[in-house]
Design a protein around this ligand. Structure first.
Ligand SMILES: Nc1ncnc2c1ncn2[C@@H]1O[C@H](COP(=O)(O)OP(=O)(O)OP(=O)(O)O)[C@@H](O)[C@H]1O
Ligand SMILES: [Mg+2]
Length: 206
């Protein structure tokens, strides 16, 4: 029987693959029409590479990260690859994620993406979904919410972050070449990050 972490990654991978054309179309507007293609190719490799019965979260997440790093080009491969590697570091040797682990994972993921990509909030990137999601998650946990409620609030904040990306010009990545003309379009990476968070929430909610 497949482990829970395998099922969770499969849930994310299948959602990314289902949204391949949508993500690619978003990237066609402000980039080079490859975000969905890149991510779907990466997750097809991930689903073939990760061991189904492994329960050590760190082992599985590290394999996801290494696969994305080695198989996905562009900006998103190194960024998502780093994100999964950093998440793996937080839960190495563990088989369950506590609410506090969740906080540490958000911190490590966002820190890793920023270390690689040097972006901050408000540059029309995946961080415009992830940073508000982190803030909402942390506030919810501090307020006593359970994991599903905290992640639901994180997803809502990420979706608002995606809407926010429509209102700003890109200053990082390929979309920055368009300058002000990138306004009015939602960021593909913020969208794929939100899809990822939604899968994690849905998976944990059962
Ligand atoms: N410096 C960065 N920090 C965080 N996210 C970034 C950065 N640069 C780009 N991104 C994210 O990557 C997404 C684009 O990913 P995609 O897979 O299309 O790579 P790409 O930009 O086409 O790469 P390349 O330009 O190398 O071909 C953007 O929508 C944005 O969210
Ligand atoms: Mg692209």
């Amino acid at each position: 029987m497949a482990s829970k972490i395998y099922d969770c990654i499969a849930c994310i991978g299948n959602a990314i693959i289902e949204n391949k054309d949508f993500l690619t179309d978003l990237d066609r507007e402000i980039g080079d029409a490859d975000h969905g293609v890149n991510m779907a190719r990466g997750f097809t490799e991930v689903l073939a590479a990760i061991p189904q019965d492994e329960t050590d979260l760190g082992v599985v997440l590290k394999k996801v990260g290494m696969t994305l790093l080695s198989k996905v080009g562009g900006a998103s491969g190194p960024l998502y690859g780093t994100a999964y590697m950093k998440a793996a570091g937080v839960v190495a040797g563990k088989t369950e994620v506590t609410l506090e682990d969740g906080k540490a994972m958000f911190e490590a993921v966002i820190g890793g993406i920023q270390m690689r990509g040097k972006a901050v909030k408000g540059e029309k990137t995946m961080l415009d979904a992830l940073i508000p999601a982190q803030e909402a998650y942390n506030a919810a946990v501090d307020g006593g919410d359970d994991a599903v409620t905290a992640l639901t609030k994180a997803v809502e904040a990420a979706k608002e972050g995606v809407e926010f990306t429509k209102t700003i010009a890109a200053t990082k990545g390929r979309a920055s070449y368009l300058g002000e003309r990138s306004i009015g379009h939602q960021d593909p990476g913020a969208t794929s990050a939100t899809i990822t968070l939604e899968c994690i929430r849905d998976f944990i909610a059962g």
